[in-house]
Design a protein around this ligand. Structure first.
Ligand SMILES: *[C@@H]1O[C@H](CO)[C@@H](O)[C@H](O)[C@H]1NC(C)=O
Ligand SMILES: *[C@@H]1O[C@H](CO)[C@@H](O)[C@H](O)[C@H]1NC(C)=O
Ligand SMILES: *[C@@H]1O[C@H](CO)[C@@H](O)[C@H](O)[C@H]1NC(C)=O
Ligand SMILES: *[C@@H]1O[C@H](CO)[C@@H](O)[C@H](O)[C@H]1NC(C)=O
Length: 480
């Protein structure tokens, strides 16, 4: 049976020089997880003010009623007002409709935080919506009109340029949201609007896999005249949090770690990786004679100083060919193609270590950590490959020997520099043998240690390898 619920938004608005202070409520009804509820009854989908026509807006449904993080809503004719950077739904003359709720819907109001546009816990970027009676439009303020027909998905990319963040925070949630609410299966069904001023650069191709048209940024809308209105015909707003497994330790939350109450499983990952491979035109099966491992190489920072030696020893110990991949030299397609059929993946802690989610079952991952970095406090990739059902063996190695590390105190802060700090603070940081669990972002002591180069202690790596189930299975195979 559908149950009733009320949303009440206390709202204060000053918009287009008219201010109101009102409470609105509407009664959605539940359909499973979804509730459907029109802000108002649809009468005609064109509204007119002194000759200009406005599309009548509708809120079709929203999920969840208790929090905006993870809520997803669908709108018809959602408009972006260039003059003030707000989104709006337009409704008609209240007197004409005689709709009961309209008694309270006098004038304009801004409904705040309907949806969080980012999926990152603590970075909840609120989606606010002005609900505007066309009676209150000041003639001439909104006169140029771009109508974009078709389906759209609006969210905010959280950490632009970082592959791991793109996949965990944006693309898995986009994929899952659109699969669930837009019937996405094999082909994109909507055009993505990623609501950042930054360009996605190298990652654009990745987002493109999920987008019907070229993904739209906030910048793409800034060249219109101020008095413009851009309206989207059918638009899903927000990201499901169903696939998240990590929280990044944003201020006000615990230090970074596995997300409490995560519902992500291997089946979310498998559907996503399957979709990506198919869209990239990669073969669905691996060649039979594939027996190789991968070593991920970072070319600029956080280097492995003896990578050749490490690769050689890995190859000898595990009895397979080791291939080298890097974000600098290889395309995403090459990386995903190679990882999808690999048996082993070894790399330094960093964004590339998101790619193990593409590994086949029964594979093995070794993540390396620089000096003073406790692997237990940096677990986005461990958590991913250990999601329920993943069937990937994971081990962490950390450098315990201070003489095997090379620090970069004179670099910029984001590359581990500390020379901008007082002598005493520099000394305190240099003295630390382990950095404590931390809140996000760019703490000098965290950056200093994360951006070290490392000479890997080979015997300790071999010791880890020979104690894995993976090794034992292979060794059994090769010695019989
Ligand atoms: C998705 O598919 C279902 C069942 O085929 C259909 O009822 C629904 O309208 C579709 N939704 C969208 C957004 O296309
Ligand atoms: C996981 O599912 C439960 C039950 O549906 C829900 O309450 C919870 O919010 C979900 N967790 C996340 C992170 O979405
Ligand atoms: C640390 O590394 C140095 C240089 O590589 C080496 O001489 C030393 O024996 C190592 N110390 C330990 C405790 O392994
Ligand atoms: C750093 O360690 C050295 C040697 O143990 C000690 O003399 C010094 O006081 C320490 N500095 C700070 C700021 O803790």
């Amino acid at each position: 049976m559908p149950s009733k619920a009320h949303w009440k938004f206390a709202v204060k608005v000053f918009f287009l020089s008219i201010g109101f202070n009102v409470i609105i409520s509407f009664e959605p009804w539940y359909v499973g997880l979804l509730f459907k509820g029109s802000v108002r009854q649809k009468t005609d989908d064109r509204l007119s003010v002194s000759g200009t026509e406005y599309p009548e807006g509708e809120l079709l449904w929203c999920t969840l009623s208790d929090r905006s993080w993870g809520r997803v809503c669908k709108f018809r004719n959602l408009c972006y007002m260039h003059i003030n950077g707000e989104f709006a739904l337009f409704h008609g003359n209240t007197a004409k409709t005689g709709h009961e709720q309209d008694a309270q819907l006098l004038g304009n109001r801004l409904i705040k935080d309907i949806v969080s546009l980012t999926s990152a816990l603590g970075a909840e970027f609120p989606f606010n919506l002005a609900h505007i009676s066309i009676d209150n439009i000041v003639p001439g303020k909104l006169k140029y009109f771009n109508y974009r027909s078709g389906s759209y998905h609006l969210f905010r990319a959280f950490n632009v340029g970082n592959t791991a963040h793109a996949i965990h925070d944006d693309l898995l949630p986009v994929f899952y949201t659109l699969s669930r609410y837009d019937n996405l299966t094999e082909e994109p069904t909507s055009t993505l609007i990623y609501w950042r001023e930054l360009s996605l650069n190298k990652l654009m191709g990745f987002y493109q896999l999920f987008s019907q048209g070229e993904p739209i940024s906030q910048n793409d809308l800034t060249f219109e005249p101020e008095e413009s209105l851009t309206c989207f015909q059918d638009i899903i707003v927000g990201l499901s949090t169903e696939t998240l497994w990590y929280q990044w330790g944003l201020p006000g939350f615990e230090p970074e770690g596995a997300l409490k109450g995560s519902n992500a499983t291997s089946s979310h990952i498998a559907k996503f990786t399957g979709y990506v491979r198919k869209r990239m035109g990669l073969p669905l099966r691996c060649p039979i004679a594939n027996d190789y491992g991968i070593i991920f190489i970072r070319k600029k920072t956080r280097l492995i100083l003896n990578e050749e030696k490490l690769s050689e020893v890995l190859s000898k110990t595990l009895q397979l060919e080791m291939r080298e991949l890097s974000l600098e030299k290889n395309t995403f397609k090459e990386i995903i193609k190679t990882v999808s059929c690999a048996k082993v993946l070894v790399g330094m802690h960093g964004a590339m270590m998101i790619f193990p989610i593409f590994l086949p079952p029964s594979s093995f991952v070794l993540e390396l950590h620089p000096y003073a970095i406790n692997p237990r406090n940096f677990t986005p990739y461990k958590t991913a490959v250990e999601l329920s059902g993943m069937d990937i063996e994971y081990r962490a190695w950390r450098n315990m020997n201070r003489s095997n590390t090379v620090t970069h105190p004179t670099e910029a802060l984001h590359r581990g520099g500390i020379s901008h700090l007082s002598k005493e603070e520099q000394e305190r940081i240099t003295n630390l043998t382990e950095i404590r669990p931390h809140q996000c972002c760019q703490h000098p002591e965290v950056q200093f240690r994360l951006y070290q180069d490392t000479l890997i202690d080979i015997p300790s790596v071999v010791n880890i390898l020979t104690n894995t189930q993976f090794y034992k299975n292979r060794n059994g195979k090769f010695s019989t």
